[in-house]
Ligand binder design. Structure first.
Ligand code: SF4
Ligand code: SF4
Length: 67
């Protein structure tokens, strides 16, 4: 599943919640279905979620202007 800033591979995500706890903007949530989703449409593109995910299930998609 893909949002503007973060892509999540649902087949890889195990719902551990690490990214939810580490996001400095409190941007990520686990849904009742156990899968990650983006609650707020804001992101600093710090890549913490991508780097710390134990399953390599997140990819941060940087807009062209931020790269
Ligand atoms: S850190 Fe990775 S495996 Fe854990 S909830 Fe986030 S996306 Fe899923
Ligand atoms: S890149 Fe940073 S700000 Fe954006 S969702 Fe991941 S941890 Fe949060």
């Amino acid at each position: 599943m893909s949002w503007e800033s973060v892509e999540v591979d649902r087949n890889s995500c195990n719902g551990c919640g690490t990214c939810v706890q580490l996001c400095p903007l409190d941007n990520l949530r686990l849904g009742e279905d156990g899968f990650l989703f983006v609650k707020y449409d804001q992101c600093w593109y710090c890549e913490t979620c991508e780097l710390e995910c134990p399953k390599e299930a997140i990819k941060v998609v940087m807009p062209y202007l931020v790269r």
